[in-house]
Design a protein around this ligand. Structure first.
Ligand code: HPA
Length: 278
């Protein structure tokens, strides 16, 4: 069973270790998904901490996920970026998967922008466009809150009726309209991966009301909502899902499309941070 006291103490120790190196207090956390690997270049960087510098911290094994916290200002707002996320399919316990997110909260962030690459099962949306999450289905992955509750972080039974902030979602929709970037609202479903879905699974998820799917992010949103953070989920649609796509899916294709539209992705996130700071 998770030793929630030891886990929380670990978070405080990591905080102390980081504070020795920087006194920077972030307001907004940004989880960088595929396609946003170079996002940090827009930031006036104040400090960089490698996950590997924190003893026992989980390290990301997924391609393109470096494993660094980047502290700095973006459009005058103090941000912390998680460059490299931990995925459940890498074999970590869910409590480790969400540890970096909890650390960003402990360091001071009270808003989080969670980005990722997704497959799309809504045929009205197109590859290369974006979805901002209205809600999520995470019933197919273990809850990140299983185990003794960490009372310092949030309640045992947190409400999830507004897991994603309507205010932030409306801001993203507005930015899309202003900048001529296609953004739709929709329901995200998190699956474990690492295999892509079968066509029958996609039909089932679609019937359940999902628009897009991915292998991360839902549990991060739950963890953030548990701590009372304001959450925004922005997804880059890199492919249509199995059974809808005319071609076979591959990780290479996902990264290729995500990189192709990274300029628009960066614009959406940067403008959102600016609006949050106003
Ligand atoms: N399925 C799951 N995760 C994904 C996909 C997909 O089709 N595309 C990008 N991430």
């Amino acid at each position: 069973m998770l030793d929630s006291k030891a886990y929380y103490n670990r978070l405080l120790e990591y905080k102390e270790e980081i504070r020795k190196r920087t006194d920077f207090v972030p307001e907004v956390a940004i989880v960088l998904g595929s396609g946003l690997g170079e996002f940090a270049k827009n930031i006036d960087v104040k400090a960089v901490i490698d996950y590997g510098d924190l003893e026992g911290f989980p390290v990301s094994t997924a391609p393109g996920h470096t494993g660094q916290f980047i502290f700095g200002t973006l459009k005058g707002v103090n941000v912390i970026c998680m460059k490299g996320r931990i995925h459940y399919y890498e074999g970590y316990d869910m409590s480790e998967v969400v540890l970096p997110l909890r650390l960003m909260y402990v360091l001071g962030a009270r808003t989080v922008i969670i980005t990722n690459a997704v497959g799309c099962m809504n045929e009205n949306f197109s590859v290369g466009s974006f979805m901002v999450s209205r809600d999520c289905i995470a019933s197919f992955v273990p809850s990140p809150l299983i185990g003794p509750n960490i009372d310092e972080l949030g309640p045992r039974f947190p409400d999830m009726s507004e897991i994603y902030s309507a205010d932030l979602r409306n801001k993203v929709m507005e930015i899309g309209r202003e900048k001529g970037i296609e953004v739709n609202e929709g329901v995200f479903i998190q699956l474990t991966g690492p295999q892509y879905e079968t066509a029958s699974e996609i039909r089932m998820y679609k019937a359940m009301g999902a628009d897009c799917c991915g292998m991360s992010s839902g549990v991060e949103a739950i963890t953030a909502a548990h701590m009372g953070m304001k959450v925004c989920g922005i997804s880059c649609i890199t492919n249509m899902c199995t059974g809808i796509s005319k071609t076979k899916l591959s990780g290479e294709e996902v990264i290729e499309i995500a990189n192709k539209v990274s300029g628009d992705f960066e614009k959406l996130v940067t403008e959102l941070v600016e609006k949050i700071g106003k």
